[in-house]
Design a binder for this molecule. Sequence first.
Ligand code: KIV
Ligand code: ZN
Length: 513
Amino acid sequence: MTDILIFDTTLRDGEQSPGCSMNLEEKVQVAAQLEDLGVDIIEAGFAIASEGDFEAVAAVSAQCRKAIVASLARANQADIERAAEALRTAERPRIHTFIATSPLHMRVKLGKSPDEVLESIERSVSLARNLCADVEWSAEDATRSDPDFLARAIEIAIGAGARTINLPDTVGYATPQTYGAMFRDMIERVPNSDLAIFSTHCHNDLGLAVANSLAAVMAGARQIESTVNGIGERAGNAAVEEIAMALKVRHDVMPYRTRIESTEIAKSSRLISTITGFQVQPNKAIVGANAFAHESGIHQDGMIKDSSTYEIMTPESVGLIHSSLVLGKHSGRAAFKQKLLDLGYDLGDNAFQDAFARFKDLADAKKEIFDEDIVALVDDEVLRGHDSIQLQEIEVYCGSHGPQRAILTLEVDGEERTAATRGNGPIDAIFSAMRKLVPHEDARLERYQVQAVTGGTDAQAEVSVVLSEGGITALGRAAHHDTMVSSARAYVNALNKLIAKRARSAGNVRASL
Ligand code: KIV
Ligand code: ZN
């Protein structure tokens, strides 16, 4: 059986997509979940890009003991040294250095001749190898590179000590035939190719990222780079859950094995969409809300007789929990604790007491409490952090005869502030009150999104709010059975993050790829 390494770049290429940024605490939490998911390599960031990226690589390095931790670096000394520094405490560090090899990128982006690029490869990979035993080299825009030049570049990178060669389809231009053929060609013609593992890295501009990655594996690649939910630049990267399940379900035609623990897929997907606020489209393969739903009568009839009539994999195999009725208002602490453990949460005492109090409130308001409700409630509690602005009270007046009004009380650094405002609808009124109590005129509301956690009119509303100000974006989220309350809490959460980021951003210039 041939093993395939999974290189996860959710925290680097995934986080690079607009509106997907995560804070340090969130990145560390994602890295822990990625280890549970069983990925082999976690690309934790681009250390030189910003102080935040550096800290994230350092924190993930300090935490992860199973997975290799990688940091991205361009082909220059400062980038490579910064990456090595961020990876200092990693048990298994990897420097991932790259340079563009297509004529267009070399000319327009780098302003370098092909020979100068070859020199940079030799120099950068050698430097990286002096600082770290495990070096990956990527040929950015490999799929639009001249094959003779690409082969020469790969040979130099391997000669200088790279042991993983990544050939990205940076612009999502390849097809399965062309991408597979490129790997076959390079592995065959590069004289020292046997010293390296070849890796895929596909973007999804034509919706072919997963198909291209699998074609490359069939042509000899042994590492796949991907992200949870396929998040990433533009149309995203290859989705890890689709790759893992395709290899598992179609083992008959693709005899390859990954270390992915498929039952961790749903949890990983949910964590990423909760943290980034990027909801998964309902018909998305593997993790979409409808991926295992059977609506038509004929399908339902078949499913009742034998689920394999219309299901090629079970929801349980990807870790989907059944919407079972779990607890009610008479459930006690012990039952709640056991349920949390069953769902994979082991909370400390204080977090447990807070979550239990919220569960009791929810049980008073909502007749039936499902596993999804508990997950939303705990995520809301755990991910909130130590906000300096807290929502105290909210009253909203709405209906067909406007204007709608809100009375809002916040605690701001220990001081209680109340405002009453009118608005064009209740949400507008709430958000205006926020601006009155904590002035932030320059901030823009980029996104306001509501999603029901379960079915039913008493479902909890999961709200995400994105605020932006001078290039800084902050995502807030919350879940509550009252949509107005969760909207206010999500806004407060975003505002707290915006203020914290604003304070940190001075002197912090992001490097670009
Ligand atoms: O898409 C790409 O080419 C990349 C490289 C920097 C690896 O993300
Ligand atoms: Zn990429």
